[in-house]
Design a protein. Structure first.
Length: 381
């Protein structure tokens, strides 16, 4: 079976080499406006032999016969200068790395699965260049007036610090415009989820250009609203509705949680703030009359913060801005990716892996694909 696989791979490699070599010959003919050995006075340049170049791909290593041209600048349209690893293979390497695999394991997989022999140094160089690209992306300027809403949350990742392993909060910010489009705006580690660390994170976004924020959506962590007021005075704070539901449900006996849910949910189905407040008043009376005083008090304490989204004129956006569901899904993906690592050797490595995963997800959503980013990595490497 292994011999058959190698034979099929050899056939595929030969067919692909022949196709690409012919493509380059056709491109040279079109660029020179002359066939091989054709004598023309108005030709653009001249052929000058060939050189061989090896490109590592998902099929295997391709040895291409690249034409040389003199008296004009020409380069194959499908090859990136000085890049020996194809975009597809680079995507695979980066995906394996983001999945938490070590450089040694990636090299082994490339050799056994793709029959591509790359050194650990080459793989490390690719991941290092990718890190530089991610750092550039994380610190890019922000279009200040584009993002009307700001979703923020923290995800805890185990990291080794001072010889001990502890959970480190990584703050993530997601911007959303008035049309519902979104993008990841920032990533930063902190010491704790307190007012000072939240303020520093929000200030870093502001220093990069973020302004005119109408609303900040968070999980209701007590220090976050104060930090929002410090950095973006006048911006409303929306307590994530889903987090609030969990807080209310867990404050009552398990047998009454379903009934409590049926009571609370209609508040957020109302079409205006006045109606929602009136419905909430009746719900609080029912909860107190049934001995669920703690739930009634929580509803009383956080009601206005959970209804802040109703201040926005377009009700079509309310389902998007009243919760952090999208950011929570991103956090779950980060935890899934980092689960392969029991703990990270330091905060920097964790930040790089989280940033890489966020970058990859955003590229998949907002661009034609990760080709442009991967090409930049390959050219740099």
């Amino acid at each position: 079976m292994a011999a058959l696989g190698q034979e099929l791979q050899a056939v595929c490699i030969k067919a692909l080499e022949d196709h690409l070599n012919q493509k380059m010959e056709d491109e040279v003919t079109a660029a020179l406006e002359a066939e091989k050995s054709e004598r023309k006075e108005d030709r653009k340049g001249f052929r000058s032999g060939h050189y061989y170049r090896t490109i590592y791909t998902l099929v295997g290593p391709l040895r291409l016969k690249v034409p040389r041209v003199r008296e004009m600048a020409w380069h194959p349209s499908f090859l990136i200068p000085r890049q020996k690893v194809s975009v597809g293979l680079m995507e695979t390497i980066i995906s394996l790395y983001i999945g938490g695999l070590s450089t040694r394991t990636i090299v082994m997989i490339l050799k056994r699965v793709f029959r591509v022999s790359l050194s650990r140094g080459t793989v490390s160089n690719l991941t290092r260049r990718f890190h530089a690209l991610v750092e550039k992306w994380c610190s890019r300027p922000i279009a200040g007036d584009q993002w009307t809403f700001l979703h923020v949350d923290a995800v805890y990742i185990p990291c080794r610090q001072d010889g001990k392993v502890g959970s480190v909060p990584f703050f993530i910010a997601l911007g959303r415009d008035a049309q519902g489009n979104w993008d990841i705006l920032g990533l930063r580690e902190g010491m704790a989820e307190d007012r000072a660390n939240w303020r520093d994170f929000l200030l870093s976004l502001k220093e990069r250009g973020l302004s005119d924020v109408h609303m900040v959506i968070g999980d209701g962590e007590t220090s976050l609203p104060a930090a929002v007021e410090d950095v973006f005075p006048g911006a409303r704070f929306q307590h994530c509705m889903v987090h609030f539901f969990r807080t209310v449900y867990t404050s009552v006996d398990g047998k009454k949680r379903a009934d409590t849910a049926e009571l609370v949910k209609p508040i957020y189905a109302c079409e205006d703030l006045e109606t929602a407040l009136a419905v909430a008043g009746g719900v609080k009376d029912v909860l107190r009359g049934d001995g669920r005083d703690v739930a009634a008090q929580k509803l009383d304490d956080h009601l206005h913060a959970t209804l802040a989204h109703m201040d926005w004129a377009d009700p079509a956006l309310w389902p998007m801005i009243r919760s952090n569901n999208l950011l929570e899904r991103l956090n779950l993906e980060i935890k899934r990716r980092t689960k392969a690592m029991a703990s990270f050797p330091n905060v920097v490595s964790a930040r790089m892996l989280i940033g890489a995963r966020l970058f990859q997800m955003v590229q998949a959503v907002w661009t034609e694909g990760p080709d442009a980013a991967m090409a930049e990595v390959g050219e740099a490497a």
